[in-house]
Structures are given as structure tokens and as C-alpha cells.
Ligand binder design. Sequence first.
Ligand code: SF4
Length: 422
Amino acid sequence: MRALLLADGFEETAETSDADVAIVNTCSFLASATQESVEATLALAEERAEGVRSCPIVMCGCVPSRYGDALRPELPEVAAFVRAEDEDGIVGVVRDVLALAPSAPEGEPPATLRTVEGASAFVKISEGCDRFCTFCAIPYIRGRYHSRPAGDIVAEVRSLMDGGVREVVLIGQDTGVWGCDLGEGDTLASLLRRVAEAVRPYGGWVRVLYLQPEGMTDELVATIRDVPEVLPYIDIPIQHCSERVLRAMGRPGSADALRELFARLRAEIPGMVLRTTGMAGFPGETDEEFEELYDFIAEQEFDYCSVFAYSQEDGTAAARMGDQVDEAVKLERTQRLVDLTEQLGFAATASHVGERVRVIVDGVEEGEDGPELIGHAWFQAPDSDGAVHIACGEAAVGDVVTVDLVDSFCYEMVGEIVGEGD
Ligand code: SF4
């Protein structure tokens, strides 16, 4: 949307008081995200009502995708709604709202612009999901699974690398099945090899997130093990391990199958770092089933584990289940998992003290003892895990430096530069 609007002659401003139109890009994954999106929109509308500014508001993204026309009467403050799938039409909508004449599209659409600067970039490889887990609204919001063609992905990766990026993080709601709707031979493993080739001349890395457990094919495991640019870091959301709860969630698997998978990954991929996601308080989850999840996470000693309390999402099958877990119980279980995963995560972080690693420099921050470089090592996914804090040293964003990890606190590491990256 930024690229399209800028190509049409609009200018971007971070100050809402300077804007002719305000665009709110929304998330609706959870009820709490929807609420935050609506509150941000209403806060803008309130400024307008107070005469601070008078620009119209355009609400884009997943909230309009999810709630459609039902939003109009609820949010009369909004001049226009743009569903995620209609975002390519943003220029027409903004021109319409501002009563400007339509513009004639010129030539090729502009290349995607990044919304976040820095040395790491997220690259979307697919959209939508066909799994329909019973708690999840995403398939209803983002539609059925479709893979982005490999050529487009590789071209974006090359242009990011030319722009100074050194790590690409491949994302999608279900990355493991990438290519299932493309030609024969299009698998995530084949894509990873192509992306690795694209980042190799720049000394870059590739990370892939959101692999469902069943997506771990032999070919993929071998690619992660054998291609040096592909980091041995795997994010596999398990959500639960109790077979009964998994079935109620509409997900395959069992504790034993997951156990076998993680044992295989750890045995086959040296240094494997594992991230997962667990959910507490799914409808009908008994104390025993929760304890099974708790014990499983403790036993597996995941390096990182995000924990969610089950959220009753409009329109999903689980929201209609009769045996919803009491809110207080849900929160208590969630807190216990958070405490456990912190304990495991802090220990996993500390286990890297003493290692010499390559660190990508992400920025400079004001630390307790003056400015410090902030970067991340291969075992730290940007925006999700901790960072490496480097007390002194000359480096610019995007530089890859060799660092001795000398200390850790919580999920954070303290490092000292010993040289430039290899
Ligand atoms: S696989 Fe993930 S995105 Fe797809 S339905 Fe399940 S939880 Fe939602």
C-alpha cells in the first residue's frame, strides 16, 4: 500500500496532524488484536472530533476482512474500509475519499517497500491456510492457502539483500506446505535452497517460521542440516500435546508423535534450536490434560515457547463448544506455562555463553553504560527472541560481526566484538 500510494504521488508523514488521510492497517487474529485495532481507529477519530486534525480515516487489513459490511454502522467515524485482499486498490480508495480524480496506473506495479528498516526482513511466502484448526479465525480472514511463486520470492530476497538486509525470515500461516498448489518439485526445501543461493553472495542467512509438525519432511530436515545459510532454528507451533485436545482442535498428532519428531530433529540437526507455541484453556481442557502439556514442555526444554490463553474467536468452531474453561482457570494455567517457559528459555539463552558467533547488527540503543550495539545471533529470531547487546565497537546496521558471548540475562546476551564476520 505504501509503494502504491507513493508511486501515485502521495507523500508519507508520521505526524497525523500533517496528514490529509489516515490509514489504519489492522490485525484481527485474536479478539484482543481486533480491540486494539478498533481503539487505535477511535483514538484518531477522537483527535478529529477535538479539532486537532480533520483528515478522513481509512481502515485496512484483517478487521475489515473479518467483519466486512457489519463494520459500517459500528464505526461511522471511518470513511472507507479496505479488506486485506483488496489492498492493491488502496490508491483508488484514497483518491475517492479525498474526492480526487482517479489516476491512470502507469506500467509495472512498484516494488514492495519495507515498513520496517534494519538488517532483517520478513518475506511472506504464502497467504491463507487450509487447516481450519477449530480455534483459529485466520482461514476465514485470509482465505484458502496459496503459495507465492518462487521467482517473486527470490527476486524480493535479492532486492532486500541489495538494500543491506542480511537475514530473511520466511513466513506464512503454514510454511511447510509451500508449493503444494504450484508445480511438481516445488517444496519448501527447494525454495529454501533457492533463497539460500540468493543470500549466499551477501553472507546472509535464511530462517523459516511457522512450520506445522507434519511439514517436517526428510527433504526439509536434510536441507536445514546441509545448507549452511539455512539456520538450524525451527519454529513448530504444537499448541497442545494431548491427543484428545489436539483432535478437538482439529489438529493431528499426539505427544508420542511430537516426541519422536523433536528427537529426530535434535539427532539429525546439530545445535538445533526449537521454538514452539502452546495454548492453555482450550474448551474442555481438563486439569490432567493441562498437566500433560505442562510436563511435555518441561520435558522437551524448548529454547523458546510462546504461550497463549485460548481466546474465544467469533465464527470459529471452538467458540461454539459448550465446555469453555473458566477465565480464571485459563489465566492461571497460562501463567504457569509462562513461568515454566521463561525458566527454560533463560537457561537455553545462558547455555550460549562462551560461544563465538556471528551477529547481525540491528541498531544502536542507549544502554545503562552508554550507547550499545544491538544485534542478534543465529539462535535468536528477530522480534521474537532476545538480542545480543554489545557494549562498544564500531559497526553499522547490517554489518555482520564476530562476537564472543560473555554473559546473559533473561533472553538477552552480552557480547564483545572480536572481528568482522567471516
Ligand atoms: S495452521 Fe495456524 S493459521 Fe492455520 S488454522 Fe491452524 S492455527 Fe490457524
